[in-house]
Design a protein around this ligand. Structure first.
Ligand code: G
Ligand code: G
Ligand code: MN
Ligand code: NA
Length: 250
């Protein structure tokens, strides 16, 4: 409860910050863009993991304010980058049941001046579990703004394949757990290959998460994965470091 009270004031006190992790185009080695990941530096407790404070925010409704703050911050940051770079922002399922998600996103795009096509919203497979027509309609309205939608952590939920048929995703992000196992045995490689093949058939692009070794990178290139993200290239870094990375890399 104390954490919840602290989180309520964290935005205004400037304790929340976004870090940015690059996504790399496998074929060219170029940066495609960055994923924004929220960080909270608590004045007494130090860094609170996002898994903890995001779930607190979801329970107490603060996720609406935090979600709008992180979207606005990330979009604003992206306007300072070269125009070909995209920004990916995570959405919580709770934001879909809140007031006017589509209007909030449209407003942020207008205020920051970021062209919609440079924004990608990430939604976890988990969120689709208890979603119905209403969620589907919101996803369609979001896409109608001109932005892109990615299914995050693919493979960790269930009925994944069924959702791919009914939701208009632009990208599938293959969960880290499959990438980690790529070097060990044929099973994980077969699963990742299947996901990439399905994505291709459905006209969706693919990103593999959590790449830590050049071996994993090599296998993913063979399988035809479009983009990769992971500590091998960069950890999530503060905005200033992301800019330095762009300067060195692009
Ligand atoms: O950043 P890792 O560094 O620990 O992130 C852990 C989890 O927290 C990820 O699954 C990510 O989706 C989630 N997360 C990080 N930042 C945000 C955010 O701004 N909004 C939402 N909804 N989730 C976030
Ligand atoms: O939104 P999502 O659940 O995909 O969040 C990505 C999470 O994965 C973040 O917590 C991020 O810090 C973490 N991450 C990114 N790259 C790597 C990696 O190469 N290895 C590991 N172990 N974690 C990673
Ligand atoms: Mn993500
Ligand atoms: Na993920």
């Amino acid at each position: 409860r104390q954490l919840e009270a602290d989180l309520r004031r964290a935005i205004e006190r400037g304790e929340l910050e976004l870090h940015y992790q690059p996504s790399i185009v496998l074929k060219t080695g170029e940066i495609a863009g960055f994923e924004a990941l929220a960080r909270w530096r608590h004045p007494e407790r130090g860094n609170v993991p996002p898994s903890l404070f995001i779930s607190i925010a979801e329970e107490c409704g603060l996720i609406h304010a935090i979600g709008e703050w992180s979207l606005a911050e990330a979009c604003h940051q992206a306007t300072t980058w070269p125009e070909h770079l995209k920004i990916a922002v995570n959405l919580s399922p709770v934001q879909f049941s809140g007031p006017d998600l589509v209007g909030m996103v449209r407003g942020v795009l207008e205020r920051t001046g970021l062209p919609a096509h440079r924004l990608e919203l990430e939604i976890t497979e988990q969120m689709l579990l208890d979603s119905g027509e209403a969620t589907l309609a919101i996803l369609r309205d979001l896409k109608a703004l001109g932005l892109h939608v990615a299914m995050d952590d693919f493979g960790t939920g269930y009925s994944s394949l069924n959702y791919l048929r009914s939701f208009p995703f632009d990208r599938i992000k293959v969960d880290r757990s499959f990438v980690t196992g790529l070097g060990t045995g044929a099973q994980n490689a077969a699963i990742v290959r299947a996901v990439i093949d399905i994505a291709r058939v459905l006209g969706m692009r693919t990103t593999a998460e959590g790449i830590e070794t050049v071996d994993q990178q090599r296998v993913l290139a063979l399988l035809g994965c479009d983009e990769v993200q992971g500590y091998l290239f960069s950890r999530p870094v503060p905005a200033a470091e992301a800019k330095a990375l762009i300067g060195r890399w692009c």
